[in-house]
Each structure stands twice: as C-alpha cells, then as structure tokens.
Design a protein around this ligand. Structure first.
Ligand code: AMP
Ligand code: MG
Length: 408
C-alpha cells in the first residue's frame, strides 16, 4: 500500500481496479452486522440479511395460461366435446368428466384429469354448446405446471441481494409479509472548504455554493444509507478535529475537498494524529487524489472537491464500498460496449470517465470535461470509460456505464 505521505509526492498512479479491490477489502473488514425485520413495503433499496427460501410450490397447482378449454388429449377423437364445467381463477374445479372438456380462464386451476388447454381462438362453439377443436394439440400445452417457478426449499434470493420493486414482488408471491435486512449504513457527509456557502445565502467575494453536499446526501439516500449531514467544515485544524470527534457514531465519514492541496489538508493532518491516513493517487480522471483512513475508530473517505471528481469517485469507488459493507457481492456497475461518436487523439496516463450520452447508438461526450463542470454530468446519461494509454477514432468501441445504474 502507498503509505502515509503528501499527495503529489507519491510515485506511480494506482490503477482503479487496485484501489477498488483495497476499498472492498476494507469494507469486508467492517461489515454492518446488525439487522432488522421490516414490513415488505419498506425494504426497497435495502439489502437482504438472510437467504430467502421458498416454502411453497409456485404456482401451487397447475393452472391455465389461456382463456380456453381444458381436456384430456386421449379423449379427443376430432369430434365435438361437451362442456362439463366452467372454471374461473380462484375456484377449485371438479375432476374432469371423461369425454368432456372444461371451459377455463387464465390463472384458473386445471381440473384433475385434464392435460391440455386449447385457447378459445382455436375452438368452435356449436349450436348444442359442444366445442370442436380445429387445430392439432399436444399434452401440456397452455398449462403452467405446479412448481414451475419454484418448489419448497429452493433458494430464491441469497443474503446480500439488494432489494427493489421486483424482489419485493417476488417475496410477496411467496407469501412473505416482511424481510430481514441489514441495518442502514450511517454516513456523515462533510464538505470542507473556507470558500463554501450554502445555497440561499448571498455569495461573498471568493465564495462558491456548496454543491457536493446535497449531491452526496441525496445519492446516499438512494443507496439506502442513513445520512448525517455534518455541514461545512472550514479549513481549520482544530475545527476539523472537533467535528471529526463529534462524528464517532457513524459507519463512515465521507468528506469532499481538501485532498488536492497539501496546504489546506487539515483532514489529512487530523487523521494522521488520531487515526490513520492513506493517500492514494489514482490513475483516474477526474478524481486523482483520494484519502482513505480512519479517525479514531471511524472509517473516513475523502473525495476530491471538484464536483465532477466527487461524482466519479463516489460512483466508482465509494458506492461499491458502501454496498460491500452491507454484504452485497455484485457491486460492479453495469457496463457495455458501444461505438465512440468522438475522436480521442491524445492518450492519457489515467483512465478517463467522460460524461457522455448515447446518441444513435454511439457515445458522444459533453464539450467541456473539466472536473469543475457538474453540468457535464447533468447533460450526460453515462460515463464513457477511456482506458489509460488509449486513443480512439469515431466508430471504435468504448465502454459505457449508465448513470441510472450508478445512481441507485
Ligand atoms: P479542494 O479539493 O478542496 O482543493 O477543492 C477542489 C475544487 O473543488 C475547488 O475549486 C473547490 O472550490 C471545489 N469544491 C470543493 N468542495 C466543493 C463543494 N462542496 N461544492 C462545490 N465545489 C467544491
Ligand atoms: Mg478545499
């Protein structure tokens, strides 16, 4: 590991994969172990703490996939068949009378003795009420067998699954009224910088509005975290020490700013004094300087302050860290190959995450990729990954990471 040191003095840049692997390792060393049982409607965005195992056959009995007629294929001679019963969803049918068929509707249990459902479009109803089937039929057609989706004892969702509307629906189909989930990760968000003021206040000379705070607080909430908004921290050592000391009941302190300039790096000094400080220079653009360490016993991640750097390092490094602390295994974002809609003539020594969009199946990039320009990300619907040392001409493949996947 690249030990304690000032940013700018370290030698080679750490590859993104290595930084991610180390962060995940550290996340695994301090897993969130507490769990809580919640009503099913409240588990959206949370992480399952126990395997969800089926206690049912789904469907519980063979049912019809169509509106039509159930019959025993061996009884079918080609002659019209009388209808002996009518079965709606929610009803319990009689066994099928030999030589007859049953009128049946989608989702209704198939009567015992029937082994085939013909859709009503292929049936002709005669004047005497009997039904003539006009197409060839086969055993099992249009019948959803008992236990087709699941049988008792089957693992449906492993512990560590992130829950959303689909998993909630699936758990409901198995009769679960609630699920045991991992306690929310408590994250304190700190914005460092003498220049920062909150929106709503007048800007003084040299001041800018704090955009990272609300960006991170909202994003963390989407990730199922409990946010402790720790406000703005001035560039001052004793205030830094004091504020960090007040945040000892959180699972992570997430700060922005103060990592790119050694001079105002009070976070770094405080960590070095009362914890541990590791400074990484990552082969990533934007977002090269990243601080990781702890203050007393609380892990601290210090993201670079430029808004686009904050965004990229949060999305690609902090998000997976937070998910892994909750026991999620699949922390890598969705990524796919698309043709570039732009030229990239100058190879860089860092992996670039350009704010881009898909237009007619090609990745295009925002005109200004400065790390201070958050507007680039608002325009974008994804990050375009250009590897270290890579040049591109229009039409060559690049990887595209949709922001929609990163944001939740
Ligand atoms: P720093 O890492 O503190 O040197 O900050 C790098 C750049 O990001 C500077 O231009 C800061 O003014 C800006 N910056 C830092 N924190 C924030 C923030 N919370 N919101 C908006 N810009 C910020
Ligand atoms: Mg600063």
């Amino acid at each position: 590991m690249n030990p304690v040191g000032k940013p700018g003095k370290t030698g080679s840049l750490m590859p993104v994969e290595e930084a991610l692997a180390r962060l995940l390792q550290m996340a695994e060393a301090t897993p969130i172990l507490e769990r809580e049982y919640l009503p099913l409607a409240q588990v959206d965005g949370r992480v399952l703490a126990q395997d969800l195992v089926s206690t049912l056959d789904l469907p519980p009995w063979p049912n019809s996939a169509m509106d039509g007629y159930a019959l025993n294929l061996a009884d079918w001679t080609g002659e019209p068949m009388p209808v002996s019963q009518k079965v709606f969803a929610g009803q319990s049918p009689e066994p099928l009378k030999p030589g007859t068929c049953a009128r049946i509707f989608t989702g209704a249990p198939v009567p015992a003795g029937a082994d085939c459902v013909e859709m009503q479009e292929n049936a002709e109803i005669l004047a005497d009420g009997s039904v003539k089937f006009i197409e060839p039929m086969s055993i099992g057609q249009n019948i959803r067998p008992q236990g087709q989706e699941t049988t008792p004892g089957e693992l449906i969702l492993p512990a560590g699954t992130r829950l959303g509307p689909i998993e909630q629906g699936l758990a409901a189909s198995l009769g679960c009224a609630g699920l045991t989930v991992v306690r929310k990760v408590r994250v304190a968000v700190l914005s460092t910088g003498d220049e920062l003021v909150e929106p709503g206040q007048a800007l003084g000379p040299g001041q800018i509005y704090n955009s990272n705070r609300v960006l991170l607080c909202s994003w963390l909430q989407r990730l199922g975290c409990e946010v402790v908004d720790a406000g703005i921290l001035p560039d001052d050592l004793s205030r830094t020490r004091q504020r960090l000391g007040e945040l000892q009941d959180v699972d992570l302190i997430l700060s922005t700013g103060g990592v790119s300039v050694g001079e105002a790096d009070f976070l770094g000094i405080a960590l070095r004094e009362e914890g541990e400080l590791t400074l990484w220079k990552l082969a990533i653009k934007p977002g090269k300087p990243l601080t990781f360490g702890h203050f007393r016993n609380v892990p601290v991640i210090g993201l670079p302050g430029n808004p686009a750097s904050t965004l990229v390092t949060f999305a690609l490094l902090t998000r997976p860290y937070l998910l892994r602390r909750q026991g999620v295994q699949a922390v890598e974002p969705l990524k796919f190959r698309v043709p570039a809609g732009f030229d990239w003539p100058q190879a860089g020594n860092r992996r670039e995450y350009l704010r881009g969009r898909l237009e007619q199946g090609r990745a295009t990039i925002y005109r200004n990729q400065s790390s201070g320009v958050l507007r680039s990300a608002a325009w974008a619907d994804g990050l375009v990954e250009v590897m270290e040392g890579r040049t591109l001409v229009v039409g060559e493949d690049v990887m595209f990471i949709p922001l929609s996947d990163l944001l939740d």
